[in-house]
Design a protein around this ligand. Structure first.
Ligand SMILES: Nc1ncnc2c1ncn2[C@@H]1O[C@H](COP(=O)(O)OP(=O)(O)OP(=O)(O)O)[C@@H](O)[C@H]1O
Ligand SMILES: [Mg+2]
Length: 215
């Protein structure tokens, strides 16, 4: 089972991925919780190049290729081996983020992004994708509050202008509408409410065999 968490800055993806991973582990499911960009030693080095430094550090194309260099390493070394091993993979951001940020956000050709996906990943897609939707300013407020006091500031994308983040939000809404694997989550709710919604969805899709899991 391959589940991805997608959406803009500060929408609560990491929070929910962690809660779900913890609960699955309690039910003795082998879970690999991972993230992008990053998720393997090589890809984490590339992550650092992408999420730190000045907003205009990379051209659009360099940014796409760095994302896919990281994704290729992550896929080969973390995701694919885990899926082959029968583990569940919960991935905090994946290829939809590239479509939203570099495609809808920066105007990189989406056919090119799909081509890269097909070469690097192949015809496998996530089984299920939760797309977190939240007012852009609220999300950035949450993300900025979380960053305060951190030693390493991964704020390169957060620092981009509001119109960029608004294009990303509508991009994700479009992605959610066009793909059956996607479930749109209203992220402006209590984390417990969102978690319940995620569990309900997993049961409705018969992904989880049990009824009445604890909230
Ligand atoms: N449903 C929620 N309501 C209010 N605050 C939340 C909610 N979920 C998470 N938060 C808080 O908002 C901040 C951002 O959450 P989180 O890190 O999970 O978002 P994210 O989508 O992973 O962000 P990023 O895109 O920056 O990785 C955290 O401080 C978290 O505790
Ligand atoms: Mg996160």
């Amino acid at each position: 089972m391959f589940i991805t968490f997608e959406g803009g800055e500060g929408t609560g993806k990491s929070t929910q991925a962690l809660i779900l991973a913890d609960i699955l582990k309690k039910y003795n499911i082998d879970v690999v919780l991972t993230r992008e960009p990053g998720g393997s030693p090589g890809a984490e080095i590339i992550r650092n190049l992408l999420v730190t430094g000045s907003v205009d550090r990379w051209s659009n194309m360099s940014e796409v290729l760095l994302m896919y260099a990281a994704r290729s390493d992550h896929w080969q070394n973390t995701i694919k081996p885990a899926l082959d091993n029968g583990s569940w993979v919960l991935c905090d951001r994946f290829a939809d983020s590239t479509i939203a940020y570099q495609g809808y956000g920066r105007g990189v050709n989406q056919d090119f992004l799909k081509l890269l996906y097909n070469y690097v990943i192949g015809d496998i897609e996530p089984d299920l994708t939760f797309v977190f939707d939240l007012d852009v300013e609220e999300g950035i407020k949450r993300a900025t509050a979380r960053m305060e006091g951190n030693v390493v500031v991964e704020g390169r994308f957060e620092a981009m202008d509001l119109s960029f983040h608004k294009r990303i939000r509508s991009g994700f809404l479009e992605i959610a509408k066009n793909n059956k694997r996607c479930v749109l989550i209203n992220a402006d709710a209590h984390p417990k409410v969102i978690h319940r919604q995620i569990m309900d969805e997993l049961q409705e899709r018969k992904v989880l065999p049990w009824k009445n899991l604890p909230a």
